[in-house]
Design a binder for this molecule. Sequence first.
Ligand code: AMP
Length: 395
Amino acid sequence: MITANDLNFKNKKALIRVDFNVPLDENFNVKDTTRIEAAKPTIIKVLEDGGSCVLMSHLGRPKNNENEFSLRHIIEKVSSILGVKVQFSEDCVGALALEASGNLKSGQILLLENLRYYEEETAGNRAFAKRLAQHGDVYVNDAFGTAHRAHASTSVITEFFPDNKCFGLLLASEIVSVKKVLEDSKKPVTAIIGGAKVSSKIGVIENILEKVDHLIIGGGMAFTFIKAQGGEVGGSLIEEDKQALALEILGAAKEKGVQIHLPVDVIAANSFSEFASTEVRPIDNIAQGWMGLDVGPESNANFARVIAASKTILWNGPVGVFEMAQFAKGTISLGNAIAEATQNGAFSLVGGGDSVAAVKQFNLGKKMSYVSTGGGAMLEMLEGKELPGVQAILE
Ligand code: AMP
């Protein structure tokens, strides 16, 4: 795997696909700078070598080049994070854009306007990719968040850089982190899969069953497993049509020697509300009109025990409705257990679900070995799929 660290960018123009698809508030201020900060090491590497950077990204899903999706809004924030005044081009492939990149000197950075102002980007248009390619001598893909898309700037473009392409440092570290969990992992390996529904995580579960020793299942999806085994789950979230699948997963796990850990107790609530009445109930004995919105204390203790004995930990999805303080304790307790195991030497990867938001909300990010920057892309990697943006660099 050739990364930006393996190349010397002296007097070279690096055309870097970054993921600056950041959330903006109503005044177009950047609300969360994580993705910009995550792209910084690659950009700084190029500049320190004596090269220049042409940055390209998408922002949101524009239909008619609406102003709200202009990357102009983020220039100041990007400049302040990088410590370099970033130049801006109002288009991506026109004469002015090419002139701007052509005039770029070592140490300078040019940001192109939103790639998705051109429908050719998502269509993977070859002529558009060829025009984009004229901006740089070397192509660097550091956009993990869009690595699962076969777009012009993420995969088609590599055709024009047969010998001058590499992984950005962020993309490389995302790939290495997944490898550490699924391929070169230290045992015992524990995966915690939570979140709302079995249906959205089935691909991940099927793939990781081959690789883990313990699988902790929490969140809304646990109830489908419990009901499928004859439990009374009251009004908890349930996918009726996924019960057979849940039993299949339990069977497959047994066959492969994977220990499944389901919650044994829950915080049951009489409505889906921060102000609901609550009580701790056995997970398979929840009354009608009540629903499990978080895992209970005994489950927290069980999960913490498994995690403390693990050397590799993957966390995907919260184990309760952590957005409401009343039902956040299970997710916080789990996060703390993973943080402690990490401090004691385990490798922990958080990614591919709302667990990343939970980790941020509870300030646990720095205590994890790696927190992924990509939602959909991380899910697809955990499902064992090849990402087009990754394949295009390897080919
Ligand atoms: P995901 O994006 O698949 O990781 O799902 C995250 C969502 O699952 C969060 O918004 C949680 O509020 C939700 N969730 C977690 N536990 C439960 C539960 N017991 N009942 C309903 N929703 C839940």
